[in-house]
Ligand binder design. Structure first.
Ligand code: NAD
Ligand code: ZN
Length: 237
């Protein structure tokens, strides 16, 4: 019933912003950060995903990223990723903003996408800024730059780091002009991503949400559907 209503709303839109988080990849077998005891060697991901942790122990941080690369390399996009790609094909003005670093949206074919928190398969040299994208597990860690010998880091945004300004300004432009936002599988507690649905709402846009459970977005949502994103997208698209 609610899904039918959402379907009707979404398919009549001329512009849509989709914001996704770790929940969209959960059914692909990639653990989310919150809501699950994703313990790894007794470390908390939030303590590993920081510039401080990398400075202190780059090898340990790389071990963790290699471990995550391994899980992600085995994963395939699920019906939520494919459903979002379908919306891109149908809705004239479309933008997908993902907080995920797992590359699964691109694997599902998404083209109009901005990766707010980077990509786990891209490295960045801490000395010369050289970037390289390779879908593999790194053999030697911590890896070194081919050009300058500098230490390579994952090209992702860590806690305490800021979002690429150019990317955020593109998102802001779209948020101000779109008719609606669909928020899928994000706890919406990481800023500035969490502020995007509020910007859309304040500009008269509609807010739709798909999540396992209520979040702070639910309070401003026109329609919230609680359940697994992949299962819901199978009915929606
Ligand atoms: P989060 O772990 O904080 O929250 C996940 C949200 O998804 C929760 O609200 C949960 O209720 C919901 N959820 C879980 N399974 C779901 C399902 N099958 N269907 C629908 N909803 C489901 O994740 P976040 O909000 O993305 O923020 C965490 C940060 O961690 C992000 O910045 C992201 O970069 C990073 N992260 C990325 C990945 C990935 O790339 N796959 C995985 C873990 C964390
Ligand atoms: Zn370099």
């Amino acid at each position: 019933m609610k899904i039918e209503k959402l379907k009707e709303e979404i398919f009549s839109l001329k512009s849509l912003l989709v914001l996704t988080g770790a929940g969209v990849s959960q059914e692909s077998g990639i653990p989310t950060f919150r809501g699950e005891e994703g313990l790894w060697k007794n470390y908390n991901p939030q303590e590993l995903a920081t510039p401080y942790a990398f400075e202190k122990n780059p090898k340990l941080v790389w071990e963790w990223y290699n471990f995550r690369r391994e899980i992600i390399l085995k994963a395939k996009p699920n019906p939520a990723h494919f459903g979002i790609k379908k919306l891109e094909d149908i809705i004239p003005e479309f933008l997908l903003v993902t907080q995920n670093v797992d590359d699964l949206h691109k694997e599902a074919g998404s083209k109009k996408i901005l990766e707010l928190h980077g990509n786990i398969f891209r490295t960045r040299c801490t000395k010369c800024n050289r970037k390289e994208f390779k879908k593999e597990i790194l053999r030697e860690i911590p890896p070194k730059c081919k050009d300058c010998g500098g230490l390579l880091r994952p090209d992702v945004v860590w806690f305490g780091e800021s979002i690429d300004e150019e990317i955020f300004s593109k998102i802001l432009d779209f948020s101000l002009k779109c008719e609606a936002i669909l928020v899928v599988g994000t706890s919406a507690v990481v800023y500035p991503a969490a502020s995007i649905p509020f910007i859309v709402k304040n500009n008269g846009g509609k807010v739709f949400e798909i999540n396992l459970e209520p979040t702070q977005i639910s309070e401003i949502a026109d329609i919230s559907i609680f359940g697994k994103a992949g299962e819901i997208f199978q009915k929606l698209t």
